[in-house]
Design a protein around this ligand. Structure first.
Ligand code: ZN
Length: 151
């Protein structure tokens, strides 16, 4: 058995696979409309269907025939394998975002802890310093005075 992982090397592909679901079948047209809603640009069927066929060949999605007002429609649902792929993708994306967000966080000037929400800011000698709590602020101010004199 060939386990060919689909290339997720474009935003279109990532968006499409993230829009597919296990329980709710979506037609190629539904997917195109969903993507248009997110990006403002509707992908052509010449783009959607080849990718859906690739996913189906790889065992990531199944075709389900669905009858709506007497007309048969082909919808696509994620298989367990496809669901695992989506979970892996989300984990990778969330790790990437975590790492990026982590760089944006303030750190306590005294103990170096990363500050997710509450913080104490104090203007010290014309410099705005941020601490995780008032204890760290006080500890820093005391240490600073002591060490400044000891050098
Ligand atoms: Zn601290």
């Amino acid at each position: 058995m060939t386990t060919k992982e689909p290339k997720l090397n474009s935003l279109f592909r990532v968006q499409t696979i993230l829009l597919l679901q296990k329980d709710t079948g979506k037609t190629g047209y539904d997917l195109a409309k969903d993507i248009e809603q997110i990006t403002g640009k509707k992908p052509s069927s010449g783009k959607i269907y080849p990718f859906l066929h690739e996913l189906k060949d790889g065992g990531y999605i199944n075709e389900v025939e669905h009858v709506e007002s007497g007309r048969e429609k082909t919808t696509y649902v994620l298989t367990d394998k496809g669901d695992t792929l989506v979970t892996d993708l989300l984990t990778r994306m969330s790790n990437l975002l975590d790492a990026r967000l982590f760089q944006l966080l303030d750190t306590c000037y005294h103990c170096g802890v990363k500050l997710y929400e509450s913080k104490v800011s104090e203007n010290i000698d014309g410099q705005e310093l941020t601490f995780c709590c008032s204890h760290c602020k006080d500890a820093y101010l005391n240490k600073d005075r002591v060490s400044a004199h000891s050098h």
